[in-house]
Design a protein around this ligand. Structure first.
Ligand SMILES: NC(=O)c1ccc[n+]([C@@H]2O[C@H](COP(=O)([O-])OP(=O)(O)OC[C@H]3O[C@@H](n4cnc5c(N)ncnc54)[C@H](O)[C@@H]3O)[C@@H](O)[C@H]2O)c1
Length: 334
């Protein structure tokens, strides 16, 4: 039975606690920690757990931690937890620099502990089904992936999310990797990538809107489009795979206001194929559900297997993003 500590009681915390409630036979939450005691108390009373203000005081009671903190704190807190012998499920991205990512990967190896980074979408059932459909060959060869995330976050982006130093960049650094991770999982090694960004009206230092193009060694090309400044976002996350005989489109849409409703939000997720006939291949209420991600973490901790989204895999994503940023800076693309 794992004993879990939750570090950070912000927006994403209820998604982790909701997932953990499904593993009552494998894990129990010992405490939730936040330097903001109002936030810690609110989460603690909602999920009937204990609140603490300094996570270091609770480390002796747990064997695993979920780190749900601003990006500039990921390296510092992760290394403290790994050095204390804890397995870590860390929210994306791994860190704000490659140097920090290297420090964290080395620390996990030295302490023989699991370090998994939370890129949830590849673990979700709908993306598992999507991958099988688009790589399985029934619609012919896959040659293009085209993804879009559309979010209305003008009022949500406050505090640490506004500054490049604490966020690590703009939308392409912080959130487009939700699409990049799935594309790398489906498309394999990336040969080259570039990005352009602009400002659509969010009060942040980095770009709030970014488009990227990728070429994979497999020959597949990928496109990501992402804005935090959308005036309306009826569909949150779309990924379309263009195969020789059909376009296969996955859409996942909140039924309410995702920012306000958080883990309580209802969803519609669909996979459709448009080729010789139009087909509805999947329809479900699955949304931003972290159950499968958390299950993979426990499986890796229990067996010693390497998580799919381990430190090196997560480092690869920030390396791609930082190289694309550097190229865009040189060419005036940001
Ligand atoms: N998987 C997803 O779809 C998804 C969505 C949103 C956010 N995230 C990720 O989750 C992480 C947190 O994001 P969020 O939106 O919940 O942020 P948030 O700002 O809502 O919450 C962060 C919390 O950390 C607390 N905190 C800061 N320093 C601390 C410290 N030293 N010890 C304890 N608590 C401390 C803050 O008081 C705050 O409550 C980020 O890595 C973010 O990228 C992931």
């Amino acid at each position: 039975m794992h004993r879990i500590g939750i570090i950070g009681c912000g927006w994403i915390a209820p998604f982790h606690l909701a997932a953990l409630q499904k593993f009552a036979d494998r894990a129990s939450v010992a405490w939730v920690a936040d330097i903001d005691s109002i936030r810690a108390d609110a989460i603690a009373s909602r999920y009937s757990v204990r609140a603490i203000s300094d996570y270091r005081e609770g480390l002796d009671e747990v064997d695993c931690v979920h780190i749900l903190l601003p990006h500039h704190l990921h390296c510092q807190v992760t290394t403290v937890c790994l050095e204390a012998g804890k397995h870590v499920l860390l929210e994306k991205p791994i860190a704000t620099s490659l140097e920090d990512a290297d420090t964290m990967i080395a620390c996990a190896e030295r302490n023989a502990r699991t370090l998994m980074v939370g890129y949830p979408h590849r673990y979700r059932n709908c993306f598992q089904v999507f991958k099988e459909i688009v790589t399985g060959g029934s619609y012919g060869r896959l040659f293009m992936l085209d993804a879009m995330m559309d979010e209305c976050l003008k009022d949500y982006l406050t505090g640490w999310t506004r500054r490049k130093e604490t966020l690590g960049g703009g939308v392409f650094f912080s959130s487009s990797p939700h699409m990049l991770d799935v594309m790398l999982w489906i498309g394999g090694e990336v040969r080259c990538a570039s990005v352009v960004g602009t400002r659509g009206g969010c009060n942040i230092e980095g770009e709030d809107t970014a488009c990227s193009i990728l070429k994979f060694e497999s020959g597949v090309i990928g496109v990501t489009r992402h804005t935090w400044a959308s005036p309306a976002a009826p569909v949150w996350y779309t990924m379309e795979a263009v195969c020789e005989q059909a376009r296969v489109r996955l859409t996942t849409s909140p039924e309410g206001d995702l920012v306000r409703d958080g883990a309580e939000c209802a969803w519609t997720t669909r996979i459709e194929a448009h080729g010789e006939h139009d087909e509805l291949l999947l329809e479900s209420g699955e949304g931003l559900d972290l159950t499968a991600e958390v299950e993979h973490f426990f499986d890796c901790v229990d067996t010693g297997a390497c998580p799919q989204t381990d430190g090196p895999a997560a480092r690869k994503i920030i390396e791609l993003v930082l190289n694309a940023y550097a190229d865009a800076e040189r060419r005036g693309g940001l």
